[in-house]
Design a protein around this ligand. Structure first.
Ligand code: MN3
Length: 238
């Protein structure tokens, strides 16, 4: 595209020498790697949604995703950037901030916002349009080994999601080579407990209230039956 543009415009502009010199300069900059601005603090950014806001309909509405991603998730990103500016955490990756602040009461605002950014990005990827159905064979084998059947695994995930009192998350995780289901409160994440997250379901009310009101179990069933992204879980097994 860029080369095409250069070819198209160079004759008209009669500045061939200039354009070739410019292209050469761009290539050498790119190959040189690190731009000079790398030392500056990098703000955390809101990861793009892996699908359009309306693609999980009719199970999760575009309105829910619009608020959940565009207001809640974005809010955590904006808050974290304000909270870490000028602190020892300003240059750290999201994962390092989460592990460095976990369990420290005085760091709770930083931990909560950082963990919520991570959890939400993981949640968006835990679903996909036309999800659900049968897990890929390699994952199914692990699920059957740990839970007995895919249905038993889904039942345990649903029970954890429904039983989580108040706000939190239900997770499918890997502990050693065994799959298990855990639930966490508020912003808590299995990342700080030596567990490898494979999938998550957000059970904060903001995840479902516009579509399901108090019927959390119906929301959870729709996620597990129609949206869950088993391929993402398999990728996370590694
Ligand atoms: Mn949420």
């Amino acid at each position: 595209m860029i080369h095409g543009d250069i070819n198209r415009y160079e004759a008209a502009l009669s500045r061939r020498g200039f354009l070739i010199a410019s292209a050469g300069a761009i290539v050498s900059l790119a190959m040189n790697g690190h731009p000079k601005t790398a030392a500056a603090a990098k703000p955390h950014v809101l990861s793009p949604l892996p699908y359009a806001e309306n693609r999980l309909e009719p199970f999760i509405s575009a309105k829910t995703i619009g608020f959940h991603y565009g207001k809640h998730h974005k809010g955590y990103v904006d808050n974290l950037n304000k909270l870490v500016a000028g602190t020892e955490y300003a240059e750290l990756s999201l994962e390092k901030i989460i592990t460095a602040t976990a369990g420290q009461a005085e760091k709770a605002p930083i931990f909560n916002n950082a963990a919520q950014i991570w959890n939400h990005t993981f949640y968006w990827n835990s679903m996909k349009p036309k999800g659900g159905g049968e897990p890929p064979a390699a994952l199914k084998q692990k699920i059957v080994a740990s839970f007995g059947s895919v249905d038993a695994c889904k039942k345990e995930l649903a029970a954890a999601a429904v039983a989580q009192f108040g706000s939190g998350w239900a997770w499918l995780v890997l502990e050693g080579d065994k799959l298990k289901v855990v639930k966490t409160s508020n912003a808590e994440t299995p990342l700080t407990k030596g567990l490898k997250p494979l999938l998550t379901v957000d059970v904060w009310e903001h995840a479902y209230y516009l579509d399901y009101q108090n019927r959390r179990a119906d929301y959870v069933a729709a996620v597990l039956d129609k949206l869950i992204n088993w391929e993402f879980a398999l990728q996370n097994v590694g």
